[in-house]
Write a protein that binds this ligand. Structure first.
Ligand code: SF4
Length: 335
C-alpha cells in the first residue's frame, strides 16, 4: 500500500481521483472503478503497490512488441485491477479483482530489479497482464530503479489515462504497447466502459515523445469487425501517427462475458490487406500459420528481415544497427 498520486480532497471527505479519465468521485471507505484505489479516511491509497499477481519471463513478442529487441526475454509483472471492464477480457480474473479477491505476492521495486538482473539476456521489466496505469506508483518507483540498473521499461496499456500522469510517466518508459480496441465511441462505451478519445490523445502524446510504440487491435466477432470502421482506424493511425507505426491485428477468442465465436481467419486476412495499404508494419497475432503475415518486411525493398513462427523469432536480414542487409534501409531502432 502507498498513498496514491493525482487526487483531490473534498470538504465532505470524498476524493476525486485524477489518474484516468473516469475521474472517480470516491466516498470514504470506497474504491474507484479500477477496484484498487481506495479512499482511506480522506487519503487515496494505491492498495496494489508492491503486490504481484503474476511474474513470468516472456518473449518480448508476447507483449506484443515486434520491433523492440526482437527475440529477447523480458521479466513481466502484473497486479490486480483495471480501469476498463472489457467484456472480452482475457485476464479478467486479475483485472476485475480487488487485492482481496486474487492471490498476490509482495515484490518491492528493489526486489523486482534484483529478479530482472538474474535473468539471462533480459531486456528489462514489462508492466503487463492487467492495466499498469492503475499501478502507477509502483511502476514509477520500479521503472526509476530499473533505468538506473540499465534495464528497459515496457508498458502494455489500454492508454486510458489523463494527460498529466501520462506526461510524467513517458520519460520513464522505453516502449509502449497500446491497445486500440476499436474506432467508435459507442463500442468503447458499451463493451469496455471507457472512451475512445482519451486513448487517441494518449497515442498522439506517446508518438510525439519519440518513445517506441506498437499498437494492437483485437478484432472481436460482431463487435468491432466492420471493415469500414477498421479502415477509419488505419487511416487515423497512418495520418496522425505515421505510416511506419506498427499495428498488430489480433484474433479474439471467447473470454469472460463474451461468447461470440473466435474471429474468422478470413476477417483477419482482409483486415491485414486493408492495413497494409496504409502502414508498413502490420502483423497478425494469435493466428498459427499466417504465411508470412507475422514477418517483418523491409519497407523499401520488400526483403523479409525478421521471420516469426509463434514466439520463435529469427533475424534474417538486418545488420547490428537494424538496417536491411539487402538495401541498407533503417528498419529497426532497437535491436
Ligand atoms: S484510476 Fe481508478 S480510481 Fe482513479 S479515476 Fe481511474 S478508475 Fe477511478
Amino acid at each position: 500500500m502507498k498513498e496514491a498520486r493525482f487526487y483531490e480532497k473534498r470538504d465532505d471527505g470524498r476524493i476525486i481521483c485524477r489518474l484516468c479519465p473516469d475521474n472517480c468521485l470516491i466516498a470514504e471507505g470506497k474504491r474507484g472503478a479500477c477496484k484498487v484505489r481506495k479512499n482511506d479516511k480522506g487519503t487515496l491509497i494505491a492498495e496494489n503497490h508492491g503486490l504481484i499477481s503474476a511474474a513470468h519471463v516472456d518473449p518480448i513478442e508476447k507483449k506484443p512488441l515486434y520491433h523492440f529487441y526482437p527475440g529477447r526475454p523480458i521479466l513481466s509483472l502484473g497486479t490486480a485491477g483495471c480501469n476498463l471492464h472489457c467484456l472480452f477480457c482475457q485476464n479478467w480474473e486479475i483485472s476485475q479483482s480487488t487485492v482481496e479477491e486474487v492471490p498476490l505476492q509482495p515484490l518491492s521495486p528493489a526486489q523486482a530489479i534484483e529478479a530482472a538482473r538474474r535473468i539471462e539476456n533480459n531486456i528489462g521489466i514489462a508492466y503487463t497482464y492487467n492495466e499498469p496505469i492503475i499501478w502507477y506508483e509502483y511502476v514509477e518507483d520500479t521503472a526509476r530503479l530499473a533505468a538506473q540498473a540499465g534495464l528497459k521499461n515496457v508498458m502494455v496499456t489500454n492508454g486510458y489515462v489523463n494527460p498529466e500522469p501520462l506526461k510524467e510517466m513517458i520519460p520513464l518508459i522505453d516502449a509502449f504497447s497500446v491497445d486500440l480496441k476499436g474506432f467508435r465511441e459507442e463500442f468503447y462505451r458499451k463493451y469496455t466502459k471507457s472512451r475512445l478519445e482519451p486513448v487517441l490523445e494518449s497515442l498522439k502524446m506517446i508518438r510525439e515523445s519519440g518513445k517506441h510504440l506498437e499498437i494492437t487491435n483485437l478484432v472481436v466477432t460482431g463487435l468491432n469487425d466492420d471493415p469500414d470502421e477498421f479502415e477509419r482506424l488505419t487511416d487515423w493511425v497512418a495520418g496522425e501517427l505515421g505510416g511506419r507505426t506498427i499495428l498488430h491485428i489480433s484474433r479474439y477468442f471467447p473470454a469472460w462475458k463474451m461468447h461470440n465465436e473466435p474471429t474468422p481467419l478470413s476477417t483477419l486476412y482482409r483486415f491485414y490487406e486493408i492495413a497494409r495499404k496504409k502502414l508498413d508494419f502490420v502483423f497478425l497475432g494469435n493466428v498459427p500459420g499466417t504465411e508470412g503475415r507475422e514477418d517483418t518486411l523491409c519497407p523499401r525493398c520488400g526483403a523479409t528481415v525478421i521471420r516469426r513462427t509463434g514466439y520463435v523469432t529469427r533475424i534474417t536480414g538486418l545488420d547490428h544497427e537494424g538496417r536491411c542487409t539487402s538495401c541498407g534501409e533503417k528498419v529497426l531502432e532497437h535491436i
